[in-house]
Design a protein around this ligand. Structure first.
Ligand SMILES: [Zn+2]
Length: 69
């Protein structure tokens, strides 16, 4: 079973499941290769996404498993 991708906003505590998360505005994505330069233990199929909360507009960073193409 894949790790849960449920993400919680640090400001308003709203939880976003996969579909809700994907619907939020993406402000930044850091690919695995980039993250791997700074962190030793990082699996190649993960990236970091920063999306804007749909309720309070706070930026929410989340570690995400890259969707298989
Ligand atoms: Zn929020």
């Amino acid at each position: 079973m894949p790790p849960s991708n449920s993400v919680q906003c640090p400001r308003c505590r709203t939880r976003f499941d996969d579909r809700a998360w994907d619907a939020l505005d993406l402000s930044e994505r850091i690919e695995a290769a980039e993250v791997g330069r700074f962190m030793r233990k990082w699996s190649g199929d993960e990236c970091i996404e920063v999306r804007t909360c749909g309720f309070c507009k706070a930026p929410i960073p989340a570690r995400r498993v890259r969707a298989l193409q």
